[in-house]
Design a protein around this ligand. Structure first.
Ligand code: PLP
Length: 355
């Protein structure tokens, strides 16, 4: 029907809709069902649900693969880790999301895998760690240090070394980075963040082009029961419909605020990878000032998580699980879609009051 590939904006709006039938809904309904009539795909609600299908179709279209929704981002990564053969070498970023690292460290401690942590932005270091590896886990940009990996170079070398590559694409979203096109085998998402975009649900996903791996991961999801709720997938699909618009606005805000923060005398360092909605910055006075600032802002909400329409920030090291290589005073700032001057006024107020 189409003479050219549809743009991500069009896919975000149009993919995963029900067939157009007279009197039928434009959006996939929320199907609350533990059992489904035999003869279709799934018969039991732990194996499939039409509301999941809709979310999986739009995410798959955006990433260029086939998607499987999970109960959370960590359930999605956990299902993938479960498929790594026993005693395999796994290469992963030192600064990956701490829930990811927690899973890998625990498997390492139990001798299930042999974990090699690397600085993922240091491509030579990553390549040097590939020998004998079964899985290379990439997160880019990383949470919270915002390091960027050279996915294409790592994926090429990993393929030669016989390792599969999975990319946590939560921070970039498929609108800024399509890992499968860059040679990765799997994409993993915390859809709780930018994809759903409203800080109102927990949801994860795995995307792949490999049909055998798809079937194995789908089976793992069902065996573990790590399945999403119909309500969550429905809300996430609605969130994805505006992803491109939210991202554009939040990204413009983030770029502007990073520039203003970089020029502010109280700010010692502001990190921004050049795309996306996340900033990580440090202030004069370190942890104490950072903690006070984040608690006192009025428009920017003091909260964990990220990727919502509302701006949130927190000092990451207030969480015990965050690695010590993340500076004590580092503030992870998830930039929302509010007016940029209102956000800046809020930041200036707390900088003046707390420094
Ligand atoms: C939040 C997050 C996760 C974990 O996802 P949940 O949906 O909270 O389980 C994984 N990776 C990144 C980069 C995240 O920010």
């Amino acid at each position: 029907m189409h003479g050219h590939d549809l743009s991500p904006a069009t896919l975000a709006v149009s993919a995963g809709r029900p067939d157009r039938v007279p009197g039928g809904p434009l959006n996939a309904p929320i199907t609350m069902a533990s059992a489904l009539v035999p003869g279709g795909g799934s018969e039991y609600g732990r194996a499939g649900n039409p509301t999941w299908d809709s979310f999986e179709a739009v995410l798959g279209a955006l990433e260029g693969g086939r998607a499987l929704a999970f109960s959370s981002g960590v359930a999605a990564s956990g299902a993938l880790f479960d498929l790594v053969p026993a005693k395999s070498i796994v290469v992963a970023p030192r600064h990956a999301y701490y829930g990811t690292i927690e899973q890998l460290v625990e498997r390492n401690r139990r001798d299930q895998i042999d974990l090699r942590l690397v600085d993922i932005h240091d491509t030579q270091q990553v390549l040097a760690a590939l020998e004998g590896a079964a899985l290379v886990w990439i997160e880019s940009p990383t949470n919270p240090a915002l390091e960027v990996a050279d996915i294409e170079t790592i994926a090429r070398a990993a393929a030669e070394a016989g390792a599969v590559v999975a990319v946590d694409n939560t921070f970039a979203t498929p609108l800024r980075q399509r890992p499968l096109d860059l040679g990765a085998d799997f994409v993993v998402h915390s859809a709780s963040k930018l994809l759903a975009g409203h800080s109102d649900l927990i949801l994860g996903a795995v995307v792949t082009n490999d049909d055998r791996a798809f079937t194995a991961i789908e089976k793992r999801r069902s065996v573990l029961g790590a399945i999403p709720g119909a309500m969550e997938t429905w809300l996430a699909t609605r969130g994805v419909r505006t992803l491109h618009v939210r991202l554009e606005r939040a990204e413009a805000n983030a770029r502007e605020l990073h520039e203003r923060l970089s020029a502010a005398p109280q700010v010692t360092r502001s990190r921004y990878p050049g795309f996306g909605t996340m900033i990580a910055f440090e202030v004069e006075g370190g942890a104490a000032v950072a903690q006070k600032m984040t608690e006192q802002s009025e428009i920017i909400t003091y909260a964990t998580s990220l990727g919502g329409v509302e701006s949130t920030w927190e000092r990451r090291r207030r969480h015990a699980g965050e690695p010590e290589s993340v500076p004590e005073g580092l503030i992870r700032f998830s930039v929302g879609i509010e007016d940029v001057d209102d956000l800046w006024a809020d930041i200036q107020n707390v900088l003046a009051a707390c420094s």
